[in-house]
Design a protein around this ligand. Sequence first.
Ligand code: NAD
Ligand code: LMR
Length: 340
Amino acid sequence: MASEPTTVTITGAGGQIGYALLFRIAAGDMLGPDRPVRLRLLEIPQGMRAAEGAALELQDCAFPLLHDVEVTDDLLTAFNGTSIALLVGARPRGPGMERGDLLAANAGIFGPQGAAIGAVAADDVRAVVVGNPANTNALIAAASAAPDIPADRFSALTRLDHNRAVGQLADVLEVGPGDIADVIIWGNHSATQFPDVAHATLADGRSVLEALAERLGNREAATAWLDDVFIPRVAKRGAEIIEVRGSSSVASAANAAIEHVRDEQLGTHRGWTSAAVVSRGEYGVPEGLVCSLPVVSRGDDRGYRIIEGLEFDARARARFEASVDELVAERDAVRALGVL
Ligand code: NAD
Ligand code: LMR
């Protein structure tokens, strides 16, 4: 093999998203065709057999880039020397469970995982949280990894929301998804998120707002479509998938996680993307919150950099603030549990 393998840890590897992730990572879709990988699959005891079965199948693929696979239910083994952690396994909301119960259950998962990453991961480790509530789970993991690992090495996945927004626009504008740049998801990976096209452009140089007005008749029709169709459809797409499929998104979530890590590691190309990253106060977001913002990466050791200085109108600002308020409430609920 060309170079030293990169250790990648996937938690919840025996679950649905885990199964959709493993084979693509081993095939080189995440880190490119030149970087061999060593996979560490973390599960809880109930999920071990499923993860072990996936490991057998990985062996049967004989991927040239796959150095080795280890399945474990031990945190320190899973994160030992890891450079990339995909934190997928989480406690789903059960019957009668309140949001506070869910936050408490997940604090019990992401606290110890963050601490283990702080203790034994590689110096260059970066972790992305997929398991919900993703932003606040990332906040908990980052706080638990301190002071060994800087908080900004942790992020949460809103690339799926970003891709959903691009998919909706491509459909209505009858253009390729690759022709659309600079869409933004602001806020939380929840129904309060604000999918924003105010800065988005098309490959032919038009703004998305201009193209929508042409397509739908005029500016008012474009604004009505954004308010009544686009924003709620993107923000509630997770629920729509659950209703139609009978369980939450899997392949699209795994794809988004792979794109999130790939762009962070190798660099973004045309325009920016969206990721939930640790705020240093940009756009008035309280410092330390893990909030979806527009980001770019140059593929260097700084990871994602926040695009600053974009303007909001009053309606956009109100939507963004509502989502940030929800993140503040989640953080405060976790603080009340004594976790942060
Ligand atoms: P799943 O139930 O199929 O798999 C979850 C796996 O995690 C299970 O195998 C379980 O045993 C394991 N697990 C639970 N606790 C664990 C722990 N402490 N350590 C290690 N493993 C643990 O669920 P899924 O469909 O793979 O979804 C996983 C998570 O991703 C859910 O929280 C879901 O809501 C979330 N999700 C997020 C996005 C996003 O865009 N951020 C999109 C889709 C799904
Ligand atoms: C999604 O956006 O598809 C998921 O986060 C939905 C969910 O609740 O698992």
